[in-house]
Design a binder for this molecule. Structure first.
Ligand code: PLP
Ligand code: COI
Length: 338
């Protein structure tokens, strides 16, 4: 294993040994190529650059105390990437190709898979782009699918400590019938102005509302939203949010722990009733929220009265991490052991 200060890694780019690439050309996927270059050579008229034909994924790989390497729910990431591809007219990479590339990129960078118990993971970033040229607005005929990987720590610097987030009404992240439900770069571009402003104003992220009525909670910039009330796990249902694999897993864990699970519209006006609230995602894992501020009115909702994550969020966090790191029985068969 590499000599890295694993426990203090930020969430960011980390140069590793290799990445893997595969081109779709002349109507078929080619051979998987291994590269040690951090750069790609791209046509200046590639559709990714002009018309946003770009989708990505993010998934984590863990080393257990038993030294086994576990990949968390990659099939779900493969399916979502195919969905994202179809949503912006790109060639979807088959799940078999996704897994072959994933296995390769993890094994080639095995020395960067962090040791157990330090809160770090190997983060794999699959990327699909239209690499073929077009000048008219049309899908490309050539696609590049690549995966790189690097060790990461927590997405929010607070880790599992509660964060402050901001509700805004002057920007939308995604339109109701737009691309919010798929993982394409344009959604993140649309969130940059408001999320950088939130950071400057002291918040970890923005909580976006539904673009139509501004009445319901959609999701946070890089993560879904959930709340706990009366032994119920509540999370928004909306066409413009990303179907989070972490949220899916938390719903299954919550049900398994005897909680009721509700996936429904969640009104901003309910925020005062919740016992615990949090953001969840691969990068964020669970980030408990201690304060939500409405930017326009200054209205505040506060949680975590003792400054600590709530009991239900803590239990969910421990069960999820336990399964990912091989400490708890993987009763849902979520891990693929390499
Ligand atoms: N929502 C957005 C906008 C995201 O970028 C992510 C991260 O992937 C999530 C939610 C969480 O999804 P997942 O749990 O699949 O990582
Ligand atoms: C993830 O959680 O994997 C994400 O992609 C979130 C963010 C880094 C975009």
């Amino acid at each position: 294993m590499k000599n890295i200060d694993w426990a203090n890694l930020p969430f960011g780019y980390y140069k590793t040994n290799y990445n893997v690439r595969c081109y779709y050309r002349d109507g078929k996927w080619g051979e998987i190529e291994v590269s040690s270059s951090e750069h790609i050579n791209i046509h200046m008229a590639a559709t990714a650059l002009h018309y946003g034909q770009e989708a990505f994924e993010g998934l984590k790989v863990f080393r257990g105390k038993d030294n086994k390497i576990r990949i968390f729910r990659w099939e779900e990431n493969a399916k979502r990437m195919q969905n994202s591809a179809r949503g912006i007219m790109m060639q979807p990479p088959p799940s078999e190709l996704f897994f072959e590339m994933l296995k390769k990129v993890v094994l080639l960078n095995e020395e960067f898979v962090p040791p157990a118990g330090l809160g770090a993971a190997l983060y794999v970033r699959p990327l699909l782009i239209g690499s073929g040229p077009q000048v008219g607005v049309k899908p490309a005929e050539e696609y590049l699918f690549l995966m790189f990987a690097g060790p990461v720590g927590p997405y929010f610097k607070e880790g599992f400590n509660p964060v402050d987030i901001q509700i805004i009404r002057d920007y939308d992240r995604a339109a109701p019938r737009g691309t919010g439900h798929i993982k394409v770069g344009g959604n993140y571009a649309a969130s940059l102005v408001s999320s950088e402003r939130a950071h400057k104003e002291g918040f970890a992220t923005v909580l976006y509302l539904d673009a139509c009525e501004k009445k319901y909670i959609d999701e946070a910039g890089p993560a879904n939203f959930f709340a706990i009330k009366d032994n119920t796990y509540i999370t928004p249902k909306s066409n413009s949010i990303l179907p989070s694999i972490t949220n899916l897993s938390l719903r299954e864990l919550a049900a398994d722990m005897g909680l009721k699970v509700e996936q429904r519209k969640v009104a901003v006006s309910e925020l005062g009733d919740f016992e615990e609230v949090g953001a969840c995602g691969t990068a964020a894992v669970i980030s408990p929220i201690k304060r939500i501020v409405e930017r326009e009115t200054g209205q505040e909702f506060t949680y975590c009265p003792d400054g600590k994550p709530g009991p239900v969020s803590t239990k969910l966090y421990q069960r999820l991490k336990g399964i990912q790191e091989g400490e708890t029985e993987d009763k849902f068969n979520w891990n693929t052991i390499l």
